[in-house]
Design a protein. Structure first.
Lengths: 136, 139
């Protein structure tokens, strides 16, 4: 049952990514190009998604437990440190270099473009390197 | 159709998926975390792999059902894909999240950590595109 939920949530997420334009690197880079010919469309993606989570998470997190699991798995860390800021900064640079963040890169594997596969493999290598450099 | 309609509906669907994952499995729909969990062989992992498979199925489904053409393949050189991928992977692992984990879910939980992370990666993303396009003059 948990596996089916994972699959269905992934499908809905994937439809959302493709529909929103996040799987189009040219559009993403146009969105980040605020001083050039700015393409503002993608602000509505984050806006729409956050609108839903901001409202619905209030109710979900009041539940005793999730429907199919004994407990919620939420990040325990609350500290804002160099690791968070440095990691986010490096991620943003990579996003600006090619135009993919992790979700759209995986979704775009469906387009069967070899460069997308290279991006995803490099992303996994980058994750492993970070895990080695700074475990935890 | 109004240019912002599909981004907005797409965003709403991403939000719905995140809410369903939290309400049913108690999990944050952060793609970076899901991918890392999947490849590092965490226990109870089937849902993670199927979520990733679902991302591809959903993408195909959208283009088939809507008739919208696939986006043009990137015109950037291959080494830029590798460099971008390495930086993205390293950064999301170090910073414990990406656009979905910090941006969509973290801000949804009113996490100050996630808000700061989101502002940071938006800022460095914008600066990077500025430097590449307008200072270095590349595509």
């Amino acid at each position: 049952m948990k596996a089916i939920v994972g699959l269905l949530c992934g499908i809905v997420f994937g439809v959302g990514l493709a529909m929103s334009g996040m799987t189009d690197t040219a559009k993403v880079l146009g969105f980040l190009d605020v001083t050039g010919q700015w393409v503002p469309d993608l602000a509505f993606v984050m806006g729409g998604a956050v609108l839903v989570t901001l409202v619905a998470f209030r109710f979900v997190l009041k539940m005793q437990r999730p429907a199919l699991n004994p407990r919620f798995h939420l990040p325990g860390t609350t500290v804002i440190d160099g690791r968070l800021l440095g990691g986010a900064a490096i991620f943003g640079i990579g996003w600006g270099v090619y135009g993919y963040c992790p979700g759209p890169a995986l979704a775009a594997l469906a387009y069967l473009d070899s460069q997308t596969a290279m991006f995803v493999v490099a992303m996994l290598v980058g994750m492993a390197l970070a895990n080695k450099a700074a475990p935890g | 159709m109004f240019a912002y309609t599909t981004p907005l509906i797409g965003g709403l669907l991403i939000g719905v998926s995140a809410v369903a994952l939290l309400a049913l499995l108690g999990r944050i729909a952060g793609i970076a975390g899901i991918v890392w969990g999947a490849v590092s062989a965490q226990p109870d992992n089937a849902w993670r792999w199927l979520f990733i498979v679902g991302l591809l199925i959903g993408t195909v489904l959208y283009h088939v059902l809507s008739g919208a053409p696939q986006p043009q393949a990137s015109t950037l050189p291959w080494w830029q894909a590798i460099a971008g991928g390495l930086l993205v992977g390293f950064g999301v692992r170090l910073g414990s999240g990406c656009t979905s984990g910090h941006g969509v879910c973290g801000i949804g939980r009113l996490s100050p950590r996630s808000l700061i992370a989101t502002i940071t990666f938006m800022a460095t993303g914008i600066i990077t595109v500025y430097v590449i396009r307008h200072l270095l003059g590349a595509a």
